[in-house]
Write a protein that binds this ligand. Structure first.
Ligand code: FAD
Length: 652
């Protein structure tokens, strides 16, 4: 009997994470289902390299730095003599992670690479790998992506009445920065909607924009500059108000909402974060410099999670900006951004779950637990632990199918097959492709539906992975950052709040389905999706999914919106489960195997589409199946006998 000490006795071997591009069976399956085989071969090596890189020690060191040295306002917003001075300080770790994202094209890929309708899928496979290692730098990147998409839409309009040549130059300049992979040039964007009056409903916006062009006119050298080196003048609108939440406070530009006239509705504006001021003097007396463009950072928010992210309250006084589109049409403009930031939020949520599951899997391989009478087994050989993790893996896969299908439809919407193909992808994938007239109505529903369901359901599943690590799971493991599931849990919680809460998105899904002009098409698109996904499967489970959809559909058609509203969350969750069940069947039929079939069967049973899944004949077989679901058949852990029973094989 040797007593333990701080340096002697038992020490748990550290779990080792594997490259998730190879090891995440769900990611592999959705890639095979939704991407053409030749494209997957083409992008495989680079994506696998990213999978390695995001698990490197230098990345985790940056994460620890960004979390530990949180953003702050230098001098609490004052200089040495008490003059107001909004200077946000972010740590080096945060900056390096942001640079890494730019260089790996987590946004740029969608704009500088053309894989036709599959481009978004390839981009978001990268985001999925990066999400849990990026310390929230993907949040400003999401808004950067949304801003790029919005400006691209406006720049594509050729008629000169839509914007002046100077405005076009300003938008093109910003678009080039938003889509650059050069970290010295690339910009992120803010997205300022939420005010104290409410983020879910921005119609009560108290920020006011006044058209107040400089006397010299836009583009005249006498107009004050945003950036003289790039020849970018400040805009003709002067914006004053208060923004209650701004997450990308370190961004170089923003898209924001403001009122222009009473009763006109909110309008959307583009504004650079900084402006040139010739009267500024540097510490060494050099004249000229830049300052915030009429923005004062009132304070940084003290948050439960996303602690590396500089979320602030901002006061705007005479911020100069450019109107985007028509006055009063701000909600339509910002919805282009929201469609993108919502998928980013959902993919990040799944990235947290995928990584948390990877940590739980790795831990289960090295942690031994007692199973009675002095016997011990690794958790990976414990039937209950494996059943619990295989349940998580099954829910995760169902959500991956829904989200990656949504990304496929987003890709089809952005790059319809009828548009001139600049890409060389000639093969098609196994994903059912909606008829062109149903793409937009399908995307309209899926955009709200997938976020409402996934961001909410991921939270308890990430918590389950924390629990799978026991007490260590609850610790903020900055000393072994790759195992820090507690950080992922805290960060995952925000997904169901920002970019639309679950109730707001559930109501929005109903609105889409009940819309007098387009609701019918959205319902037809869902009919088409259920039909196509189940077309190769004639079993009882498929019939049950069809029946469930028919009954939910009948209620959606029969009742009016106010009657449906109190049940919106429940209806939308069920609708999501119907889509996921159909996609699960599609996946199991497209690429069959014992694990996916068992997962599918269990999913259908759990969600009430089929009778309880057949129980494996004996416990050892059941354990082997659960292990195969958790680890995938190719990387099964050895079936070890319980320690203390050497040589007798598993008795579990
Ligand atoms: C960390 C963090 C960062 C953020 N960053 C940004 C940012 O960069 N830019 C930005 O603009 N915003 C940002 N937000 C704000 C976020 O988008 C809002 O908090 C969110 O939209 C909810 O708005 P609210 O806080 O005003 O709550 P409210 O809108 O007042 O909602 C309160 C409650 O009422 C419910 N509710 C409201 N309306 C309805 C409805 N019609 N039907 C049913 N239920 C309803 C909501 O579900 C919620 O439960 C951030 C928030 C957080 C937490």
């Amino acid at each position: 009997m040797e007593p333990s000490s701080s340096n002697t006795g038992f020490f748990q071997q550290l779990p080792v994470l594997k490259n998730q591009f190879h090891d995440d069976a769900s990611l592999q399956r959705v890639a095979k289902l939704f991407l053409p085989a030749s494209l997957l071969d083409h992008i495989g090596p680079e994506t696998a390299q990213l999978g390695d890189h995001v698990l490197s020690q230098d990345i985790f060191d940056h994460v620890t730095d960004a979390e530990k040295n949180q953003p702050y306002l230098r001098g609490n917003g004052r200089d040495a003599f008490g003059n107001p001075k909004s200077e946000l300080v972010v740590t080096e770790g945060w900056k390096r992670l942001q640079d890494f994202g730019f260089e790996k094209g987590v946004v740029a890929l969608n704009y500088d690479t053309d894989y036709g309708p599959y481009t978004r899928l390839v981009q978001f496979m990268r985001c999925h790998l990066w999400g849990a290692s990026c310390a929230n730098t993907l949040c400003p990147a999401a808004m950067q992506d949304g801003a790029a998409r919005l400006l691209k839409r406006h720049l594509a309009k050729q008629d000169s009445s839509s914007m002046t040549p100077t405005q076009r130059r300003v938008f093109q300049n910003a678009f080039d920065h938003f889509t650059s992979r050069d970290s010295t040039k690339a910009w992120t964007s803010g997205q300022w909607m939420t005010e104290r009056t409410g983020g879910s409903d921005v119609s009560l916006t108290e920020t006011v924009a006044t058209y107040d062009p400089y006397p010299a006119g836009d583009g005249n050298p006498a107009t004050p500059w945003a950036n003289p080196e790039e020849g970018i003048p400040l805009g003709p609108w002067s914006i004053t108000g208060f923004k209650w939440f701004s997450s990308a406070t370190d961004s170089q530009a923003t898209i924001l909402l403001a009122m222009t006239q009473p009763g006109k509705g909110v309008s959307a504006f583009f504004a650079p974060m900084r402006r040139h001021n010739p009267s500024l003097v540097s510490a060494t007396g050099r004249p000229g410099g830049t300052e915030l463009n009429g923005v004062t950072i009132q304070r940084l928010k003290n948050k439960f999670g996303t602690q590396s992210l500089p979320t602030a309250e901002l006061e705007l006084k005479g911020m100069r900006g450019w109107l985007i589109g028509d006055e009063g049409k701000g909600i339509q403009e910002i919805s282009t951004i929201l469609n993108i930031t919502r998928v980013h939020t959902t993919v990040s949520s799944l990235a947290y779950l995928g990584r948390s599951l990877a940590v739980a899997k790795a831990f289960a391989l090295v942690r031994e637990v007692g199973v009675g009478k002095g016997k011990r087994v690794p958790l990976s050989n414990h039937p209950l632990h494996m059943r619990t993790l295989s349940g998580t893996a099954t829910e995760y896969h169902a959500m991956m199918l829904l989200v990656f299908y949504t990304l496929y439809v987003l890709g089809l919407d952005e790059r319809p097959p009828s548009s001139p193909p600049n890409h060389t992808v000639t093969e098609t994938s196994r994903a059912p492709s909606p008829p062109p007239h149903l793409v937009a109505p399908l995307l309209r529903v899926l955009s709200s539906l997938h976020k409402a369901y996934v961001c909410e359901h991921v939270v308890p599943l990430v918590f389950g992975c924390m629990e799978a690590l026991g007490g260590v799971g609850y610790l903020v493991n900055a000393e072994s950052e790759h195992l820090n599931v507690a950080r992922l849990f805290r960060d995952a919680c925000v997904g169901a709040i920002w970019e639309g809460t679950t109730d707001v998105l559930s109501s929005d899904t109903l609105r889409a389905l009940k819309h007098p002009a387009t609701g019918r098409d959205s319902l037809a698109a869902l009919d088409w999706l259920v039909d196509s996904a189940l077309s190769s499967s004639g079993g009882e489970a498929s019939a049950s999914i069809r029946r469930e959809w028919a009954s939910l559909r009948a209620r959606l058609v029969a009742e009016d919106q106010p009657a449906l509203l109190p049940d919106a969350r429940q209806l939308v969750f069920r609708l999501a489960e119907i889509q996921m069940a159909a996609l699960f069947v599609l996946d199991a039929v497209a690429d069959p195997g014992p694990e996916v079939e068992a997962m599918c069967q269990r999913y259908l049973a759990k969600k009430g589409f089929a009778g309880a899944a057949a129980v494996a004949v004996d416990a050892a077989q059941g354990l082997r199946l659960d292990q195969a679901i958790v680890y995938s058949a190719s990387s099964l852990p050895p079936l070890s006998g319980a320690r203390g029973e050497e040589g007798q094989g598993s008795k579990l």
